[in-house]
Unconditional design. Structure first.
Length: 113
């Protein structure tokens, strides 16, 4: 009897949740339909008013990139070189060790029969 009551309670909760979702979807659709003309009007208005400002922004950012870009690139290359110079002796030692170990023949395994 308890299981039947819990099952009915579960079904009732599912129906209530589905009804609440349906009502909220209907309310959202009505609000969206009512506000659609205002969204279109403001979208066109701001699009027309803000387009020249966006074009000015693109031009200014492009000019800054052309002027500052090479400076930043040279600075990054200088920083990479400044970090690589102190490591150069270690790279040379590593290369010598690699060359010495690479030039040796590999040892032949001895099989005791």
């Amino acid at each position: 009897m308890l299981a039947l009551g819990l099952a009915l309670l579960g079904v009732l909760l599912v129906v209530l949740i589905a009804g609440g979702l349906a009502v909220s979807m209907l309310l959202r659709a009505v609000v969206w339909a009512v506000l659609l003309p205002f969204r279109i009007l403001f979208g066109l208005l701001f699009g027309i008013l803000l387009l020249p400002l966006l074009l000015i922004k693109v031009v200014v950012v492009g000019l800054l990139l052309v002027v500052i870009g090479p400076i930043v690139l040279i600075s990054l290359l200088g920083a990479a070189l400044a970090l690589a110079v102190p490591l150069f002796p270690f790279l040379c030692i590593g290369f010598v060790i690699w060359a010495v170990t690479r030039s040796r023949r590999s040892a032949v395994a001895y099989r005791d029969v």
